[in-house]
Design a protein around this ligand. Structure first.
Ligand code: ZN
Length: 215
């Protein structure tokens, strides 16, 4: 579930829609949580869906660290990637603002840890843009992302946290914030297998697109 101070806006034919802040969302705010209304499906369950459903799953779901498909029920499913994102994951089920997000600014996340099946063209426009995004980017970049979360999580107790009432693991989040538990590394988000070199911009999370293999 995405933060209430957000709305959907059309960006361009290449990118489609995106999620934008309607008010200031301060650094340390949980912006998205995996909630009980989001649909989590095994690969077998996705495969068993009638063909009409497949393009929706391939475009709007993502693949988590367990290799399961997650389809958000609200406009959280329209959150776009940026190579310099405004949010990063704290564990696989929570996205936190890693800097202040201003009213009218797009809310973005990092697709490089979401087990893309191939390479996705990136239109993020950041000076840090990688050009394309791969599901294996996490294997190179996890330390940078972990450090950014570690530098930000201390701000969480000082800001409003309307999303934690919907989280599956709010207590766990506070244990990570207060340092009684160590927050999981982004390295653990990789579901194994290998992201292929093909351009999969139209079907980023196509079934059976990743090459099976060990972690
Ligand atoms: Zn980019």
């Amino acid at each position: 579930m995405i933060h209430p101070d957000t709305e959907l806006r059309f960006i361009s034919p290449e990118v489609g829609h995106g999620v934008f802040a309607t008010k200031l969302i301060p650094r340390g705010t949980v912006v998205w949580v995996l909630c009980k209304l989001d649909k989590v499906m095994t690969a077998a369950e996705v495969e068993a869906l009638p063909p009409a459903y497949q393009p929706i799953v391939e475009r709007f779901a993502y693949v988590d660290n367990a290799g399961e498909y997650v389809l958000c029920w609200d406009h959280g499913r329209n959150m776009n990637h940026s190579c310099d994102p405004t949010t990063l994951g704290v564990g696989p089920d929570i996205e936190m603002a890693v800097r202040d997000i201003l009213p009218g600014e797009e809310i973005t996340c990092e697709y490089g840890g979401l087990n893309l099946t191939g390479r996705l063209k990136c239109y993020c426009g950041s000076p840090k843009c990688r050009g394309t995004i791969s599901g294996d980017d996490v294997l190179q970049l996890w330390q940078t992302w972990d450090q950014r979360v570690a530098d930000t999580i201390q701000h969480a107790p000082q800001v409003a946290q309307p999303m934690l009432g919907f989280a599956r693991n709010a207590q766990q989040f506070w244990a990570w914030v207060h340092g009684t538990d160590k927050a999981p590394s982004h390295r653990e988000y990789h579901a194994g297998g290998t992201s292929i070199a093909d351009d999969v911009s139209n079907r980023p999370w196509a079934l059976r697109g990743r090459i099976a293999g060990g972690k």
